[in-house]
Design a binder for this molecule. Structure first.
Ligand SMILES: Nc1ncnc2c1ncn2[C@@H]1O[C@H](COP(=O)(O)OP(=O)(O)OP(=O)(O)O)[C@@H](O)[C@H]1O
Length: 553
């Protein structure tokens, strides 16, 4: 259970709401038991009082009647406020959990996250975190309430007669521990399997939806649908097994309540016969015993799903306990030569696969440099190292004359505007996407640049409000690229890095785009990665990378 410890710490931060919710839960349960107990006594006492005229006149109807009404009101109001506060507590804890998880996820560089699928990470941040609401709402608070209630109600019964007290305490402890424990053991690994299977189902569904065009084209739709249906069936089978367990444990609880009530009735009849108990108390005992089982009724379901909660907790901790291998200092640096880039004897391998060998290159501030080379020769890797998404195994990279690892993360990001491969556009308008480059960019500036890049016709009547669709899917490949180039150009940074900006562009659009890129910020250092060797005459230098080494500098 150690995996749940960090989450208990998070609960403590909202202990006011947590305790209030539990207190109201306790109050509601007492009102409910009190209502049934007092009603049982009131009905039988009233009936017995009516046997003779004298006893009927002497009987006080008002106080117990008021008590019944009081309990009924307290139960209704208590239930309402208990729901409000426990849900408030849960939502606060969930919000805290999401921020906590994201705060741990965000610093993990792509190198750390490469083994996770994005649908898997999404699943952790949504359903795994949601599964943790079971911990407070269904496990901790109801268990504490059940224990306190069992002790108090059994104490009350013992006050009536010791044998009734022992019977109720024994039955509540046995059923309250035994049945949930049985549910927990029986569910076993099924809860954990549910977590893995639903993440798998989500990832599979996502890739099915995203890849529908390819699946259609390759006539593989049916095969993928069958695989998806198989995963879904596995998931449903697991759900059925869990439903069977909850059905059986809930039946056991009802059986335990029935048997205990029956035993309590037998004892109470004996006590009434031996005149150790007033006859009117017979119904009180029966109703009180029956109602007290309400305290332990929710426990089996909670403990049955505890395995799921634990698996969700482990999933989250697997991410949050990772430390980024790349750390950034806090103090800003003062680069003497902003825009200058220098790689000195850099060696780099992805998990043992060598990409850069003794790589040395200097780019002067303001220089316009194009890097060409075969696919897979390591061009994009240069960007991965410059952004510190990955760290070189040896050698040094300097930016503006300062070692790269001396830059705080924010300052490092300020140094570069990057068009990555593939370009990432966000669902929203053209303006929303360009705004990422800076909040202070005016519409006029955006429109002028889009016009220079030949993108003004794409805007149509909507202008900058034109929606680009999810991932830019309402734009053509070439329009997406150019919009990405525009965003990179709009960012005021000493260095501009463009990875394959000409991909998907015809020769004329490519020449137009390069002309804009070279002239938009003349003082900016430009590092262009491309397979296209035409239109590079205006660059200061064109170099070629071959299997991680420079050739033809
Ligand atoms: N995240 C990664 N993990 C493992 N290997 C990688 C990773 N990224 C790239 N590689 C490998 O590193 C080598 C260099 O990749 P890189 O993307 O730098 O090449 P590139 O020259 O930019 O290729 P292209 O022109 O096709 O974009 C390739 O062999 C590639 O398979």
């Amino acid at each position: 259970m150690s995996e749940l410890k960090p989450f208990l710490g998070l609960l403590r931060r909202h202990q006011g709401w947590v305790l209030l919710g539990s207190f109201l839960g306790l109050l509601t349960l007492f009102s409910s038991i009190g209502l049934l107990t007092l009603s049982g006594w009131f009905i039988s006492a009233t009936a017995l009082a009516g046997v003779t005229l004298a006893s009927a006149q002497a009987f006080n109807y008002l106080t117990p009647g008021g008590g019944v009404r009081g309990f009924a009101i307290a139960r209704t109001a208590g239930r309402y406020f208990e729901r409000v506060t426990t849900h408030e507590a849960t939502f606060r804890v969930l919000a805290e959990l999401r921020s906590w998880f994201y705060a741990h996820l965000e610093p993990l560089n792509p190198a750390r996250l490469r083994h996770y699928r994005s649908a898997d990470l999404l699943s952790r941040i949504t359903s795994d975190i949601n599964a943790l609401d079971n911990l407070y709402l269904r496990v901790l608070s109801p268990s504490a309430i059940a224990l306190i209630t069992s002790l108090l109600v059994a104490g009350f019964m013992a006050w009536i007669h010791a044998s009734l007290g022992f019977l109720l305490l024994g039955a509540l402890l046995l059923a309250g521990f035994g049945v949930p424990w049985l549910g927990y053991l029986w569910a076993g690994q099924r809860g954990a399997e549910q977590v893995q299977l639903s993440a798998h189902l989500r990832a599979r569904t996502l890739s099915y939806v995203q890849g529908m065009t390819e699946l259609h084209v390759y006539a593989a739709l049916e095969r993928e649908q069958q695989a998806l249906a198989q995963t879904q069936n596995d998931w449903l089978r697991l759900q059925q097994q869990m439903s069977l367990i909850s059905g059986v444990t809930s039946a056991l609880m009802t059986l335990a309540a029935g048997l205990t009530t029956f035993a309590a009735l037998a004892i109470a009849i004996e006590l009434v016969s031996s005149e150790n108990l007033a006859p009117a108390w017979l119904a009180l005992v029966v109703f009180c015993v029956l109602a007290s089982f309400e305290a332990i009724a929710p426990l089996p379901l909670a403990y049955q799903y505890l395995g799921k909660t634990r698996a969700a907790a482990r999933n989250l901790l697997e991410i949050t306990q990772q430390r980024s291998d790349i750390s950034f200092p806090d103090t800003r640096v003062n680069p003497p030569d902003p825009g200058q880039i220098e790689w000195s004897a850099v060696n780099f391998a992805y998990e043992g696969r060598e990409v850069l060998q003794d790589f040395t290159l200097q780019i002067a501030a303001g220089e316009k440099l194009a890097i060409t080379g075969h696919t897979g020769s390591g061009k994009s890797t240069l960007i991965n190292l410059l952004t510190r998404f990955w760290e070189a195994q040896s050698g040094e990279i300097r930016l503006g004359g300062v070692p790269l690892n001396h830059y705080p993360q924010e300052q490092l990001r300020e140094q570069m505007a990057i068009l990555s491969q593939p370009v990432q556009l966000f669902a929203g308008s053209v303006r929303d996407n360009l705004r990422l480059a800076g909040d202070d960019i005016s519409d006029t500036e955006m429109l002028q640049l889009l016009q220079r890049l030949g993108l003004d016709t794409m805007l149509g009547n909507e202008g900058l409000d034109r929606e680009v669709g999810e991932g830019g899917n309402r734009l053509s490949g070439g329009q997406r690229k150019r919009l990405g180039v525009a965003r990179a150009l709009l960012k005021k940074a000493p260095i501009l890095i463009l990875d394959e900006p000409a991909e998907g562009l015809d020769a004329q659009s490519e020449a137009q785009m390069l002309e804009v890129v070279l002239s938009y910020r003349p003082e900016q250092t430009l590092l262009l990665i491309t397979h296209h060797t035409q239109h590079l005459q205006a660059f200061d230098r064109v170099i070629r990378l071959d299997r991680g080494r420079l050739v033809g500098v």
